[in-house]
Ligand binder design. Structure first.
Ligand code: ZN
Length: 289
């Protein structure tokens, strides 16, 4: 399995926490019909995106990117010791898979200069913090944590109405430790890292683009979850806060990168999770290298 990619002057590592069955395809994708599922079952099973019971298989991972200047972690996965009663596979987890994966890629937690979150959902902020003597502390002690302003404001507002657990245990402790930066969509890190607004899944969802002077790689977060959404860009997931906006964003993103050399690094597609966007019929595929 490919865990490391080189493009331009970037080195990209995948840090996998889980690759596992998630939800039934027909439940997760409200626009998917049994007929369309039947037409796509064979290739989806072959590419390990679907199990024999028609349950979607998702990868949960971070990307760690070395630019000539910085080491940047994009999306911090699920995390340990966090109460997630709705998701048994994430609830009060104690395994060492993630930190072992980080070590195997050659990184210590002190090596991360920036943590960037495409959005602030539970499986993208988990390792922002870890439990130490009963307190949530930043996992990456030297990192600046970069949050998009629109996303940060949205969850601040939601959390004011009723506690949002991942915001409370995985975002606010970073703020209290003063390790965060809330940034606009014009924010850049050095001459290698930019933000591409991709609203829909959440109001402030961003993709992160990297490369000097051009997008050698793009980290697409949750603007799509399963490769069937590349083929049918109008197919949103039930978790998309604005399903129509998510569909529009998905198609324009795929159109933007179609037939370019940009490596599209997805958050949740099954391994290898990374590919180049190519046209197929009226949709697209993320073609493995
Ligand atoms: Zn996600």
């Amino acid at each position: 399995m490919s865990l490391k990619f080189s493009v331009g002057d970037l080195t990209i590592h995948r840090i996998i926490e889980q690759e596992t069955t998630f939800l039934p395809a027909l439940d997760m994708l409200p626009g998917l019909t049994p007929e369309v599922l039947a037409e796509n079952r064979a290739w989806m099973q072959e590419s390990k995106a679907l199990d024999p019971q028609d349950t979607l298989i998702l990868c949960f991972q971070s990307y760690v990117i070395k630019t000539p200047h910085h080491t940047i972690l994009v999306d911090s996965c699920i995390g340990n010791d966090k109460p997630r009663p709705q998701r048994p596979k994430w609830n009060m987890k104690t395994d060492d898979t993630y930190l072992r994966g980080l070590g195997a890629a050659g990184f210590a937690v002190e090596d991360i200069d920036f943590v960037m979150c495409t959005h602030l959902h539970v499986d993208h902020v988990g390792w922002n913090t870890r439990l130490e003597n009963g307190r949530w502390v930043p996992t990456f002690p030297k990192a600046r944590y970069v949050f998009g302003k629109q996303e940060f404001d949205y969850w601040t507002e939601q959390n004011a109405k009723a506690d949002v657990a991942p915001f409370v245990d995985s975002v606010l402790p970073v703020v209290e430790a003063k390790r965060h930066e809330v940034v606009g969509n014009d924010h850049q890190i050095g001459d290698h890292v930019r933000i591409l607004p991709t609203p829909g899944h959440t109001p402030g969802h961003i993709a992160v683009t990297m490369g000097r002077g051009k997008d050698d790689a793009v980290f697409s977060g949750d603007l799509m979850h399963s490769p069937i959404q590349a083929l049918y860009p109008e197919m949103s997931v039930k978790f998309d806060v604005d399903q129509a906006a998510a569909a529009t964003t998905r198609r324009s993103f795929l159109e933007r990168y179609c037939d370019t050399d940009t490596l599209c690094c997805t958050a949740h597609f099954p391994s290898p999770s990374v590919g180049k966007i190519r046209r197929k019929g009226s949709g697209f595929v993320c073609a493995a290298l």
